[in-house]
Design a protein around this ligand. Structure first.
Ligand code: NAD
Ligand code: UDP
Length: 318
């Protein structure tokens, strides 16, 4: 199979490229490096079946030759990133998605859209099944991301219905693992980095808000199961392991063996209060369920961050 991964130099994109190559596929990664980094795929550079191209998918998406699969993952994903890049986020979710869908149409390729649990906004239904329409503030700060993804879902379905493209939509819940940027602003990288350097660990609000956290290897297995099927989705992929941010911070401090204390900081506007995937559909349609124990996954991620802390871009301990 010949696959195109947009956002291939990002956190999830790099793991997808790695897994596709490992099973014998050819991979072309397209990325403009706005939040990703070529070093995330540097270890794949010598693989003759891999190519990384610097491309802004809002400008154009052209690939010569046959393409069997397009995984459209290009988009800022951390709230800090998309709040800094509001227009770019809307553009990549709309124009970028249209370009990637046009490539799928031209090549007769299957197309998978990386959507998000954020399409449920600050949910009033818990856990969230795919049938829930969500509770999104379109004019709040997170609207730029949430609405870009909701538009991307609608655009994907319109292409499926109008042009007969094989499409799949995956709604990804909070995922963590090696290759997250230590400074990307998301809770897990922040908590690990702060614990490693002995800084206060910043918990927003009173920390009672919850997320359900999934290890990247499990997520990638779920995405490829959807890609290999002909299901349209949307399908939730995430680990139902729900935890409050206060408990997560304390757990990471303990796993790192850090002397960091917790510092309570203001809660972002429209920050969802609870989030947990209902994964019944993923189990029924794809036979997928998360398998990696969260403590093992956190330890693995902490080890990776520790290895990065030897490098100059990571803040050094005092
Ligand atoms: P990331 O920021 O590490 O990766 C995104 C990649 O897209 C980066 O390499 C970035 O440079 C690239 N990109 C952004 N705009 C681009 C453009 N116009 N042209 C080309 N490349 C562009 O984020 P991630 O966590 O790997 O997220 C990847 C995808 O998964 C995103 O679409 C995100 O919305 C979705 N997602 C992620 C999570 C999660 O927990 N990580 C949860 C829900 C959804
Ligand atoms: N959060 C926190 N401290 C931080 C960064 C984030 O307590 O340093 C909180 C954030 O307010 C949210 C939760 O952790 O309630 C998850 O945030 P993240 O940015 O990881 O993901 P998202 O909000 O997109 O689910």
């Amino acid at each position: 199979m010949r696959a195109v991964v947009t956002g291939g130099a990002g956190f999830l994109g790099s793991h997808l490229c790695e897994r596709l190559l490992a099973r014998g596929d050819e991979v072309i990664a397209l990325d403009n490096f706005v939040t990703g980094d070529p070093k995330n795929v540097a270890h794949l550079r010598d693989d003759p079946h891999f190519e990384l191209r610097q491309v802004d998918v809002t400008a154009d998406v052209r690939v010569e030759g046959d393409v069997d699969l397009i995984l459209h993952f290009a988009s800022p994903a951390s709230p800090v990133d998309y709040l800094q890049l509001p227009i770019e986020t809307l553009e990549v979710g709309s124009i970028g998605t249209m370009h990637a869908l046009s490539l799928a149409r031209e090549k007769g390729a299957r197309f998978v859209l990386a959507s998000t649990s954020e399409v449920y906004g600050d949910p009033q239904v818990h856990p969230q099944p795919e049938s829930y329409w969500g509770h999104v503030n379109p004019v709040g700060p997170r609207g730029v991301y949430d609405e870009a993804k909701r538009f991307g879902e609608a655009m994907t379905l319109a292409h499926r219905n109008t042009h007969g493209i094989s499409t799949g939509i995956v709604r990804i819940f909070n995922t963590f693992g090696p290759r997250m940027r230590p400074n990307d602003g998301r809770a897990i990288p922040n908590f690990i980095r702060q614990s490693l350097v002995g800084d206060p660990v910043t918990v927003a609000g009173d920390g009672s808000q919850t997320r359900s956290i999934c290890f990247v290897d499990d997520l990638v297995a779920g995405i490829l199961a959807l890609a290999d099927s002909d299901h349209p989705g949307p399908v939730n992929i995430g680990n139902p392991h729900e935890i409050s941010m206060r408990d997560l911070a304390a757990w990471i401090i303990e796993l790192v063996g850090s002397s960091s204390t917790i510092e309570y900081i203001p809660r972002p506007v429209d920050d969802p209060t609870v989030r947990q995937p209902d994964t019944t559909l993923a189990r029924q349609l794809l036979g997928w369920r998360p398998e990696v124990d969260i403590e093992t996954a956190l330890r693995c991620t902490i080890d990776w961050f520790r290895s990065q802390s030897q490098m100059s871009h990571f803040p050094q301990p005092p």
